[in-house]
Ligand binder design. Structure first.
Ligand SMILES: C[S@@+](CC[C@H](N)C(=O)[O-])C[C@H]1O[C@@H](n2cnc3c(N)ncnc32)[C@H](O)[C@@H]1O
Length: 237
């Protein structure tokens, strides 16, 4: 197992609550919801979410969609998702274990399939066969979608960046989505806005590491800029 995989899996397995505190600080402006709703009006859709984690997208989407099925490979993340979804009072969601390349679902059942910040882990976790694993995840999305449905992928284009500046590795993945699979794309800012400089420091170091915190935070900052890419494609593919 690579060191990067160990690092993130340890967070998802043992620090899900702290992870959720971090992502709750992202996109205070609500740019993501607005952009998604522009790309595909969310009202009344049947949605399948891959790599749902602690449910930040699940919460966002459940407000408008008809039904959302949230899957993740890590039980500890779903244990964090479930009580928070119950607390919203909505009843149009369902959460279960599922691997991005092999979902426990029938074919042709969703209007929208979506992943946020999950598929790109393949670059760090499986550098030797990222291409075949990526294609398997996208094929799984296509299988689950109804004709006319839409697949949406959301990933970072740079933490601490004001303009898109993905790492070379991520840029290779995104080019594959666009050039080989024909996804369209746009980008938005989803800056983190923390409650205090101390919280900014704590949560940035926790997930993004000391090097990034040292580079991007001055000690009095409460905002950490973030650029986010959205890719989408309608079927038939
Ligand atoms: C950075 S978190 C994103 C979680 C959530 N989508 C969000 O927006 O906060 C990545 C999530 O992807 C999950 N994940 C990574 N690889 C996966 C795979 N192959 N199948 C299913 N889930 C996976 C992890 O367990 C983790 O919960």
């Amino acid at each position: 197992m690579t060191a990067r995989r160990n690092f993130f899996q340890n967070i998802y397995r043992h620090r899900a609550e702290k992870y959720d505190r971090l992502v709750a600080r992202e996109d205070a402006q609500g740019n993501l919801f607005a952009a998604l709703n522009e790309i595909i009006p969310l009202d009344g859709l049947r949605v399948v979410e891959f790599g749902a984690g602690t449910g930040r997208l699940t919460r966002l989407l459940s407000v408008l969609v008809k039904l959302i099925y949230a899957f993740d490979i890590e039980p500890a993340m779903l244990r964090q998702l479930a009580p928070q979804m119950r607390a919203t009072g909505t009843a149009n969601w369902y959460a279960a274990l599922g691997e991005n390349g092999r979902m426990p679902l029938a074919s042709n059942c969703a209007d929208l399939v979506i992943e946020g910040w999950s598929f790109a882990h393949v670059m760090g976790w499986h550098p030797e066969d990222w291409l075949s694993r990526t294609d398997a995840m996208l094929a799984e999305m296509a299988r689950i979608l109804k004709p006319g449905g839409t697949a949406v992928l959301i990933e970072t284009l740079g933490t601490g960046r004001r303009r898109p500046q993905p790492t070379d590795k991520l840029a290779r993945l995104y080019r594959h989505w666009q050039e080989r699979h024909g996804f369209q794309s746009r980008w938005i800012r989803t800056d983190f806005q923390f409650a205090s400089p101390a919280e900014a420091d704590e949560l940035t170091r926790f997930f993004f590491g000391d090097a990034l915190a040292d580079e991007c935070l001055t000690g009095s900052d409460v905002i950490l800029p973030e650029c986010t890419g959205i890719w989408w494609k309608r079927i038939p593919w």
